[in-house]
Design a protein around this ligand. Structure first.
Ligand code: NAD
Length: 321
């Protein structure tokens, strides 16, 4: 078995490799070459932790495994380590032998940013100039950094419930050489692409905040009850997702479905656009919305990619199990 410790991931994994891994696995899912297993997530009744597994099998990439981990809300305060903790385990699909154990914390941020970037590549207008951000926490910086590579953006605008955090976005925009401006929600009408990545349980963006032709990537809603946009925005948009089953149960679409505004059949897997089976955006006036719920196969794809990079660069640790 190969071990790639968390401390090695930053030097090994690139945004380009994460993008390629996630784009390929989304395509494999739509081609029914890859599927996710039912997610297990449990409050274990100890230190308020939420623990679970996300797994799957990708026949195209020959990747089998799971990500185990979750959320320990007191970690930072009591242990000085981050609250989200995860590890990916890969298995040989031919024999069932464990093949790798990979630190999953940084990979989670990279694969989540890659997902919205894949949606921007395939669904945003080619001439998109203004990048809008809703949210300014840990994930938001990864999201923005990756998104800015997808189009020739000339400006970043940002809104956050806690405005004191907007400096996190400004720093990333500065590094990319793109000016940053904090705006009120009404100012989001200027954006050609909007990413939302918050822990919100109430709608933030409504139809009046989004101009025709915008591409929205809703990335924060990954649990029943969470919400970032008004259900009416989904009925006015062309809706895409990583996985329809998750989109309607734990993703942004859960609310529009519950309100009877859209049906599961109205939601398209982004992989179908990648594969050329669905045209995606059909006009410069369409609002496209990607409901990024986060699937286990994304984690396995980036973990497999980083294992290859670790072996090539000689930092993989090999152990007998
Ligand atoms: P974080 O704690 O670093 O940042 C949270 C962000 O949400 C901040 O911008 C904060 O100001 C904002 N926020 C907090 N409470 C809010 C509220 N009630 N209303 C509106 N905004 C609020 O968290 P993070 O690590 O950046 O994660 C952000 C979200 O992304 C979480 O909901 C997390 O579950 C989700 N997430 C999704 C995926 C995926 O694959 N889709 C992957 C990882 C994380």
């Amino acid at each position: 078995m190969i071990i790639v410790p968390e401390r090695e991931i930053a030097d090994l994994m690139t945004r380009e490799a994460a993008f390629e891994a996630v784009e390929n696995v989304f395509a494999a899912m739509a081609a029914e070459q890859a599927y996710n297993f039912p997610v297990v997530r449990e409050a274990i009744g100890h230190v308020e932790a939420l623990y679970g597994f996300k797994g799957g099998f990708d026949r195209a990439g020959m990747t089998l495994g799971l990500k185990a981990g979750g959320y320990w809300p007191n970690n930072l305060e009591t242990q000085g380590i981050i609250n989200h903790q995860s590890t990916v385990f890969l298995f040989d699909p031919d024999t069932g032998r464990v093949s790798a154990m990979v630190g999953g914390n940084l990979l989670t941020a990279l694969r989540t940013a890659a997902a919205s970037s894949v949606s921007i590549k395939h669904l945003a207008r080619d001439d998109a100039k203004v990048m809008g951000m809703i949210g300014a926490g840990h994930q938001a910086t990864f999201q923005l950094r990756a998104a800015l590579e997808q189009r020739a953006f000339e400006k970043v605008i940002g809104w956050n419930l806690h405005p004191e955090m907007l400096g996190n976005l400004e720093k990333v925009a500065d590094e990319a050489g793109v000016p940053f401006e904090a705006v009120e929600l009404d100012g989001m009408t200027e954006a050609d692409v909007i990413i939302s990545i918050t822990s919100s349980f109430d709608e933030i963006l409504t139809t009046g905040h989004v101009s025709p032709g915008t591409h929205l990537a809703c990335m924060g809603t990954d649990t029943a009850g969470k919400q970032e946009v008004a259900p009416a925005l989904l009925s006015k948009s062309k809706v895409f997702t990583d996985e329809v089953a998750q989109s309607i149960s734990i993703g942004e679409a859960q609310h529009a479905i519950a309100a009877g505004l859209i049906r599961g059949e109205d939601i398209t897997q982004i992989g179908a656009v990648i594969n050329g089976a669905h045209p995606g955006r059909s006009s410069d006036e369409d609002v496209t919305l990607f409901d990024g719920t986060g699937v286990g196969l994304q984690d396995l794809a980036v973990a497999a990619s980083v294992v290859d990079l670790a072996v090539k660069s000689g930092v993989a640790i090999e152990v007998d199990v």
